[in-house]
Write a protein that binds this ligand. Structure first.
Ligand code: HEC
Length: 176
């Protein structure tokens, strides 16, 4: 008798799936795999082909004319994106004053090198293709060193350029 009970207990797990309550969790209103139309993917949740960029590298981007006027709207959008994407390394003020800045050699973006010497196209190209240490935000695989996120659209990258050149210095001075 005892042996029978043990044998029955050992066999029990294989019967578990057959018990009426074993599918309780499955029978719920959620949509099951292959059931009905899938929900449309959220915009940009899967970048299948990436965001089109018409130049091949930073050198080609250097002479690009900024097609986006530096309106208050563009600068505001650029400011928001800068805080999200750039401040970790370049600092909220752009002065390379984040805790990470010295560790990776992020440069100040308020100095004349970025404010005057670099062309807007080059700054856009740096955001797009990355630099030596800096990651890419437009074409992540263009440069072996520049791992990036392919996160910013062409337009958003110009908004960031507009902010870097037309809002950052002002913001940094006010922050002092
Ligand atoms: C992960 C850190 C990191 C992030 C995030 C980052 N940068 Fe950089 N950036 C660097 C470093 C480090 C350098 C200097 C070394 C190099 O050129 O890679 C640099 C250099 C630059 C340069 C100068 C390029 C040159 O030709 O000398 C510009 C302009 C710039 N960054 C702008 C930005 C903007 C705008 C963003 C946000 C979209 C951003 N960076 C985000 C790390 C970063």
């Amino acid at each position: 008798m005892r042996k029978l009970v043990i044998a029955a207990l050992l066999a029990a797990p294989s019967l578990v799936m057959a018990w009426p309550w074993s599918q309780d969790m499955m029978n719920q209103p959620s949509i099951k795999p292959q059931e009905g139309q899938p929900y449309p993917m959220l915009k940009r949740s899967i970048p299948v082909q990436g965001i089109p960029t018409t130049v091949a590298n930073r050198d080609e981007a250097k002479g690009l004319v900024n097609p986006t006027p530096a309106t208050a709207e563009s600068i505001d959008n650029g400011r928001t994106l800068f805080k999200i994407y750039c401040s970790a390394c370049h600092g909220l003020t752009g002065k390379a004053d984040s805790p990470v800045s010295p560790k990776i050699g992020a440069i100040s973006l308020v100095d004349s090198y970025v404010q005057e010497t670099l062309t807007p196209g080059w700054i856009w190209g740096t955001i797009t293709f990355g630099s030596y240490v800096m990651p890419a935000y437009g074409v992540p695989k263009a440069n072996a060193q520049s791992r990036g996120s392919n996160d910013l659209s062409v337009q958003e990258r110009w908004d960031v350029v507009n902010y870097v050149r037309n809002g950052l210095v002002n913001d940094a001075n006010q922050a002092m």
